[in-house]
Design a protein around this ligand. Structure first.
Ligand SMILES: [Zn+2]
Length: 88
């Protein structure tokens, strides 16, 4: 499990992420792994989620990170971008 230290402002698919409950835009990050076994199948898929917890109200959201094609540079980039918030 990967855990980024600190607090982040997060962009998902190029849009700034805001909390649905308090409109906060600062989050703590944690990476979560889940094993999913589709019904009737023997294979297990491991899925990775980026768990983001609002620093003001504690609401938690999970995203699946993907590679997307950046519109201007045409490179593969992550769908989730993190900008660390420097605290004084
Ligand atoms: Zn919140």
């Amino acid at each position: 499990m990967v855990r980024r230290r600190g607090i982040y402002e997060v962009n998902v698919l190029g849009k700034s992420l805001t909390c649905l409950f308090c409109q906060g835009n600062q989050f703590r990050h944690r990476e979560v792994y889940m094993d999913l076994q589709p019904l009737g199948q023997k294979v297990t898929n491991q899925l990775t989620f980026q768990s983001l917890t609002c620093t003001s109200c504690g609401d938690n959201r999970m995203f699946q990170e993907k590679e997307i094609l950046h519109q201007t540079s045409e490179k593969q980039v992550s769908s989730i971008e993190y900008t660390e918030v420097i605290q004084e």
